[in-house]
Ligand binder design. Structure first.
Ligand SMILES: NC(=O)c1ccc[n+]([C@@H]2O[C@H](COP(=O)([O-])OP(=O)(O)OC[C@H]3O[C@@H](n4cnc5c(N)ncnc54)[C@H](OP(=O)(O)O)[C@@H]3O)[C@@H](O)[C@H]2O)c1
Length: 342
């Protein structure tokens, strides 16, 4: 990207990720010339007391844009499929948060702490991984580089905001409804659900649709995206993804088998020195990562590091991060920072 003192930036999507992108750009003093916010309709939006004009998206809206951060919906009629290539033609570099381009061999899939070197291979579009993949690879990459990892078994506990602003609203409505009924009936009957099940006072093991071998699309993202980011298709990744009644902050219970032995203390030490990670691991004092503490933070938090007493080279980790920040908006802004630093 041509070096400039200021860059014209577009944020596509004014949902939960789009808002965090605006906050990250501002907090990290990204050198912005003009900032445009696109969604499906024109309106004004308030972010932390500041007013932003949201414009209905159009190809011409990308005239003069240097970097376009996409956080619209995915799929055939979604923002990225409809407008990303047009934005590139107009001269922008697109950083996309959705799944549409992640597995395209011409599109680097990047978590800067792990594979920043791939950014320079871009041909106009760079993809941000899925939120559950980002925090997992940030925690695992230093261990992988040190001793190798042959197997990963992960169960995710994913917050409502991972499914967008309507899912956050669904959770709030359900919690309020059950509380108003004095907890006599914990089953609520909402017709306009953003998620496939009730989430208030509930958890459900389905994120995305059911796909190959009865795993969900979200579970396959953890497999395929990990392989692409780490550049190693031999790692055996197996996942169960669960939606839990948390507003923001995904937690992951991760079991790994390393190639060479490594003691839990060495892992603590290694991860403490690794970029973007904070180790909180004093369980007897009640100190371990929790989503309520990770909300609003940039880092990936790791705790409960322990050896499997029954399996050689087996280790458990508990990994928590803000899905809207490191899992989405922050990771995209970090990629943009690399682009302009080049
Ligand atoms: N939430 C997370 O934790 C997370 C993490 C990683 C990746 N992602 C990905 O990030 C993207 C955004 O997610 P989100 O959670 O912020 O969703 P969201 O809260 O539902 O917001 C979606 C936004 O996209 C806009 N939009 C939808 N279709 C559009 C189109 N065709 N053109 C322009 N704008 C369009 C919507 O516009 P209106 O407001 O006008 O309806 C809305 O502002 C998704 O691709 C998602 O998969 C999300």
């Amino acid at each position: 990207m041509k070096k400039k003192t200021k860059y014209n930036v577009a944020v596509v999507g004014a949902g939960v990720v789009g808002v965090e992108m605006i906050r990250c750009l501002k907090k990290r003093n990204f050198p912005i010339g003009a900032l445009k916010v696109f969604a499906r309709s024109n309106r004004e939006m308030d972010v932390d007391g500041e007013k932003y004009q949201v414009e209905a998206i159009s190809e011409d809206g990308f005239n003069g844009i240097d970097i376009a951060l996409f956080a619209g919906t995915e799929g055939e009629k979604g923002a990225a499929v409809t407008f990303a290539k047009a934005a590139v033609k107009k001269g922008a570099v697109v950083i996309d948060n959705g799944a549409d381009f992640r597995m395209d061999p011409n599109v680097p899939l990047v978590v800067p702490e792990v594979n920043a070197k791939d950014i320079k291979k871009h041909k106009g579009i760079i993809a941000n991984p899925n939120c559950s993949t980002v925090q997992m690879v940030v925690a695992l990459a230093p261990i992988y580089k040190k001793v190798g990892i042959k197997r990963v078994v992960v169960t995710t506990l994913q917050a409502s905001s991972g499914a967008g602003k309507q899912a956050v609203e669904q959770l709030s409505r359900e919690i309020t409804q059950v509380a108003a009924a004095n907890y006599k009936n914990i089953n609520v009957n909402l017709e306009d659900r953003a998620m496939p099940q009730q989430l208030g006072f509930n958890v459900f093991p389905q994120i995305g649709g059911f796909a190959e071998c009865d795993f969900t699309s979200e579970e396959w993202k953890l497999v395929k995206e990990t392989h692409k980011i780490m550049g190693d298709k031999k790692i055996k990744v197996s996942a169960t993804t669960v939606r839990v009644p948390v507003r923001t902050g995904h937690s992951e219970s991760i079991y790994i088998e390393t190639n060479k032995p490594i003691a839990p203390d060495k892992v603590r030490n290694l991860l403490s020195k690794s970029a973007g990670i904070i180790v909180i691991d004093e369980p007897k004092k009640g100190l371990y990562p929790m989503p309520k503490d990770a909300e609003g933070k940039y880092e990936v938090f790791v705790g409960r590091i322990r050896r499997d007493p029954f399996v050689k080279n087996g280790l458990w980790l508990w990994v928590v991060a803000d899905n809207l920040l490191k899992g989405a908006a922050l990771n995209a802004v970090q990629i943009a920072e690399y682009l302009i630093a080049k």
